[in-house]
Design a protein around this ligand. Structure first.
Ligand code: PMP
Length: 383
């Protein structure tokens, strides 16, 4: 046990210790932390649907009809008609033959990558891919080749050098910390040309990019072989999913261990997700409002000296030193805004950021308020 104590001390000494903040109000634009109402600018609930009346009602209706838990894994007795309905809806929404729900997006990446990529596979993975992709690659028996972030030349060079018989290219579409968008169109082109499977993680793209919020396929007008998504971000619920051909989905049902060996998601979560998808399908104006907020904030950040180029609701404010990022975040909380400091290992050492996110429910006054406080604290820190 002394070993753990020493390791924990090292984490603390390096300003990398993580403290959980407990919220006592919903993930809405204003939440409550330690008894204080604060502006929430760190949620992945991009469209504000997790607290939507229709979504909550659907979840409650499902509890009334089915109860709370599912009593088993999907392949035993845990699957309800609702799971099938959501899978069919997700497949249509994303333009695929079929879909399969996992309990989290993390488990989807873990199960899909590890069950497809055996020892004959080369996996080409972007250096900034999400931890769940990294862990899925590690759990697989494939040989992992990391290419430079969103660098198509480096990707092609690495593929050409190896000339693999079997392989997969894996990438986030919207990167979870940098908020930039992978060149998914080119990646799909390379995949077709080199006969490699393409797997794209649309966790932060679903409900966010593309004219109607359908994600990277709509944004780039292309179709990766396998598309991963989460229900936990713009859909405002929890869970993960994969969209692909019938054969791939049938294979995954039989092979993906994180699907097979875990109890199915609650009917409340599934029915709430169905209601959310309905809202996104029928109200493209919320996707447009989010887009508008992103442009407004980007412009405002430029005015106060932060050059931010990204097109997604994830806006990283570069700080650098972990200690300063932590203090900056604490000052923001004192001023009434919750924007967490993101540090190693989520980002590189010495490249700590404030990860600011926008929701469609924010309005210009909220953004102006945040900009004013960020600018004030920036001056305090001499940045
Ligand atoms: N993929 C990406 C790109 C993510 O950012 C995340 C979560 N932050 C996940 C997958 C995992 O999704 P979930 O939170 O539903 O497990």
């Amino acid at each position: 046990m002394r070993d753990i104590k020493e390791k924990l001390q090292i984490i603390k000494d390096n300003n990398l210790f993580r403290n959980i903040k407990y919220l006592s109000k919903p993930q809405d634009k204003y939440t409550n932390i330690d008894g204080k109402d604060v502006l929430l600018m760190s949620s992945n609930n991009y469209l504000g649907l997790c607290n939507h009346e229709q979504v909550k009602k659907s979840a409650i209706d499902a509890i009334n009809k089915y109860g709370l838990g599912t009593g088993g894994s999907r392949l035993t007795s845990g699957s309800y008609d609702l799971h099938k309905k959501l899978e069919e809806k997700l497949a249509i929404f994303k333009g695929y033959d079929a879909a399969l729900i996992f309990n989290t997006g993390y488990m989807a990446n873990l199960g899909v990558i590890s069950s497809i990529c055996d020892e004959d596979y080369y996996i080409f993975s972007d250096e900034l891919n999400h931890a769940s992709i990294i862990d899925g690659c590690r759990l697989s028996k494939g040989k992992i080749i990391i290419y430079k972030h969103n660098d198509m030349k480096d990707l092609l060079d690495k593929i050409n050098k190896i000339d693999p018989k079997k392989g997969m290219i894996v990438t986030d579409s919207v990167f979870s910390m940098d908020g930039d968008i992978a060149n998914v169109g080119k990646i799909v082109e390379i995949g077709i040309d080199k006969k490699l499977i393409t797997l794209v993680d649309d966790a932060h793209a679903t409900g966010v990019i593309g004219k109607t919020g359908r994600g990277s396929s709509e944004y780039f007008n292309c179709k990766p072989d396998i598309l991963i998504g989460t229900l936990s971000k713009s859909i405002g619920s929890e869970g993960g999913f994969v969209c692909a051909s019938y054969e791939v989905i049938e294979y995954l049902k039989n092979k993906a261990r994180s699907f097979i060996f875990s109890t199915a998601l609650s009917p409340a979560v599934i029915n709430g997700s169905i209601a959310s998808l309905d809202i996104i399908e029928n109200n493209t104006n919320i996707v447009e409002k989010l887009e508008d907020n992103i442009s407004y904030l980007r412009l405002g950040l430029k005015k106060i000296g932060f050059n931010v180029t990204c097109e997604s609701p994830i806006i990283p404010i570069p700080i650098g030193q972990e200690e300063i990022a932590l203090k900056f975040s604490e000052r923001l909380l004192e001023e009434g805004i919750f924007i967490p400091a993101i540090r190693y290992p989520t980002v590189k050492r010495g490249e700590a950021i404030l990860r600011m996110t926008l929701m469609a429910t924010h309005d210009y006054e909220d953004i102006d308020f945040a900009l004013d406080k960020i600018s004030k604290i920036k001056s305090e820190f001499g940045l």
